[in-house]
Design a protein around this ligand. Structure first.
Ligand code: HMG
Ligand code: MG
Length: 300
């Protein structure tokens, strides 16, 4: 039987995942205005930026300015891979931190220059301290379905990696199809297993839309009991170290699908498209999502 929640939460990742792969340096003020307009559209939870090495990801070098000057949200998350990032984030007043590790060793070596075990070991005292200090911690689990270098991911390895983070007391697991290869059966299977294994953490699905299966995967995850989704305004995004990854599923298309299914998100699609049109001049790829096309034609 088709069962759907009445409400779902969108975690807008456009300012972080959406822009991190953008080769033109987007001015800090343009990012801040984008973030402000995202709030106006109804976004309550957001990934603002990432505190990562500026040598690795130059686009995020203004993380401190973004974190300090962004309009407030119910939950404003900043991403960091290590203790240096966490301490910069804390200096900038961050109240919610996301750490990220892939299931695949090869992906982790390329993305964060460490193996999976080395990353979790280095993050262990960092997460313990964050939890002691009352900071919200989200663990982003990359390559949970497929790795661009190692192929299909073993579901037991995903669950084991999540278990290690849950044991450390993280508040949320955001589980990602980094290169957009999952199909709806795989989405349903993994999220059903995760929902069952970790009933008390927030569970979020993060789909990239490389093969245009993200909306179908979201529907499958909803069936598995997930009601939190990372999405990116305009479908921007992609990890610079995951070959073949394209943008995240577009917020406006997910919200439109949810609206039509009677699932409330609190986000206004028209206002979301206004936020996208403010950032569009700064990004080097065309924005070509279903709802944004309608917005440009004046029929959204
Ligand atoms: P490394 O070179 O091994 O690090 O890189 P290091 O500790 O040797 O430091 C190198 C330099 O970076 C030093 O500066 C450090 O101080 C500095 P130098 O002395 O040479 O001037 N540094 C930092 N600066 C600012 N903030 C920091 C930081 N750490 C070190 N946090 C490192 C290791 C992890 C730093 C690097 O690999 C890195 O920054 N990687 C980030 C890659 C990234 O941002 N990927 C995209 C985000 S993940 C993603 O998109 C996936 C997700 O969306 C889910 C999905 O879709 O799968 C979440
Ligand atoms: Mg991503």
């Amino acid at each position: 039987m088709f069962s759907l929640p009445n409400r779902a939460t969108i975690i807008e990742v456009g300012p972080r995942d959406g822009l991190q792969n953008e080769k033109n340096q987007v001015p800090t003020d343009a990012k801040l205005e984008f973030i402000r307009l995202l709030k106006t559209s109804g976004v309550r939870e957001i990934e603002l930026t990432s505190f990562v090495s500026p040598k690795w990801v130059p686009q995020m070098k203004d993380a401190g300015d973004i974190a300090r000057n962004a309009v407030p949200f119910e939950r404003a998350i900043v991403l960091t891979p290590n203790s240096k990032g966490v301490s910069l984030a804390r200096d900038a007043g961050a109240e919610a931190v996301a750490v990220f590790v892939g299931v695949s060793d090869t992906f982790n070596q390329k993305n964060i220059n460490r193996s999976t075990d080395e990353s979790v070991e280095a993050l262990t005292p960092v997460i313990e301290q964050l939890k002691e200090d009352g900071i919200f911690v989200r663990a982003c689990i990359s390559t949970a379905f497929y790795c661009p270098y190692e192929g299909k991911t073993d579901i037991e390895d995903v669950i084991e990696l999540c278990r290690r983070f849950v044991a450390l007391g993280v508040d949320e697991l955001s589980v990602a199809d980094t290169i957009g290869m999952a199909n709806p059966a795989e989405s349903f299977e993994l999220f059903s297993r995760l929902r069952q294994a970790f009933p008390s953490v927030l569970l979020t699905a993060h789909f990239h839309d490389t093969r245009k299966m993200a909306l179908a995967n979201i529907l499958a995850a909803l069936q598995a009991g997930v009601d939190r989704f990372d999405t990116s305004a305009g479908g921007l995004g992609g990890c610079p170290f995951a070959e073949g990854a394209t943008g995240n599923v577009a917020t406006e298309d997910v919200v439109n699908m949810f609206d039509s299914l009677g699932i409330e998100t609190g986000i206004d699609v028209g206002k979301m498209c206004e936020a996208i049109s403010a950032i569009a001049p700064y990004v080097s790829r065309p924005i070509d999502t279903g709802m944004y096309r309608l917005f440009e034609k004046g029929t959204c």
